[in-house]
Design a protein around this ligand. Structure first.
Ligand code: C2E
Ligand code: CA
Ligand code: CA
Ligand code: CA
Length: 287
């Protein structure tokens, strides 16, 4: 865009213009994309750090756009949040993911050593304030025949900072039913650690930045102390700790030694189609 207000001259930025046009185009295409079935979900395994077994997966949505190819969630989730489409889109992701979890369960048969695979689904702050959240979730679980404790909803730390009771009520209801609530991207939001006690969460997902600080072996002693402190606080509050963004064996080992429970990252597997997750879990269960 060009503007010449007073003495200021801005250079035209064709790339910024193109980005704005794409953003506009994507926003208007979103509702039909949902109707046309252009969204799909990839699953990334959640691995137990103690024994390396696959315990579940996080569902990550993608958009197969007819012109632009596969778009990651960072390209369209903010647009969907802005337009409100995130509510039906989020409901679709939840239903698909829970159905997928049931399918894995059927494939697992009775042979599972570590219990049925669990499914983690991201919730946007807009879904939290939507009055249908609890009922929609109950309906989906009932339709699918999956127990609430096989489902974990991930909510970002920033969405819950300063949350009042109205915002927490639906999460409490879900937690009472047995649905796990995970605090996603933990450590990025500067929330008061004492605040954790009033949140209905049972899992902390340590942000990738902590994992990145474990790149060297041994890691920076201060970083180690910070993670150690968070893990011991979490455990003392009966919260499990999941780490994300694990890219190397050295990171996995240090995080395991620090007491983290579950890990996720490219070291184990990139997000992929549901068959891949099932294969990984199966290989794992048979040794
Ligand atoms: P997130 O919930 O923090 O998800 C983790 C992101 O880290 C994913 O990016 C995943 O592909 C990526 N990742 C996993 N392992 C590694 C690793 O070892 N190294 C690195 N560098 N990255 C790794 P993705 O799939 O692009 O998703 C981005 C964000 O979009 C997610 O961040 C989540 O906030 C949001 N998102 C994804 N699916 C949904 C959804 O269905 N609903 C909502 N509301 N948000 C979603
Ligand atoms: Ca997440
Ligand atoms: Ca995260
Ligand atoms: Ca993140």
């Amino acid at each position: 865009a060009k503007s010449a207000g007073g003495n200021r001259f801005e250079l035209a930025d064709p790339e910024a213009d193109a980005r704005a046009i794409t953003r506009h185009g994507l926003t208007t295409a979103l509702p039909t994309a949902l109707e046309r079935g252009e969204f799909f979900i990839e699953y990334q395994p959640l691995v137990h750090l103690g024994d390396g077994s696959v315990r579940g997966a996080e569902a990550l949505v993608r958009w197969l756009h007819p012109q632009h190819g596969v778009l990651g969630p960072d390209r369209f989730i903010p647009l969907a949040e802005h337009t409100g489409l995130i509510v039906p889109l989020g409901r679709w992701v939840l239903e698909q993911s829970v159905r997928q979890a049931r399918e894995w369960r059927e494939l697992q048969g009775g042979a599972e050593a570590v219990g049925p695979l669990r499914i983690n689904v991201n919730l946007s702050p807009c879904q939290l304030t939507h009055p249908g959240l609890v009922q929609d979730t109950v309906d989906i679980l009932e339709r699918t025949g999956i127990e609430p404790d096989a489902l974990c909803l991930e909510v970002t730390e920033s969405a819950l900072i300063g949350a009042d009771d109205d915002l927490l009520k639906p999460l409490r209801r879900l937690a009472e039913m047995g649905v796990d609530i995970a605090l996603d991207d933990f450590g990025t939001g500067y929330s008061n650690l004492a605040n954790l006690r009033r949140l209905p969460v049972s899992i902390l997902k340590l942000d990738r930045s902590f994992t990145q600080s474990m790149q060297q072996f041994p890691a920076d002693p201060v970083d180690l102390k910070i993670v150690e402190g968070i893990v011991s606080l979490a455990h003392s509050l009966d919260l499990a700790v999941t780490v994300e963004g694990v890219e190397t064996g050295a990171q996995a080992e240090q995080l395991r030694i620090l007491g983290c429970d579950t890990a996720q990252g490219w070291y184990y597997a990139r997000p992929g189609p549901p068959e891949r997750l099932h294969e990984l879990a199966l290989v794992d269960a048979t040794g």
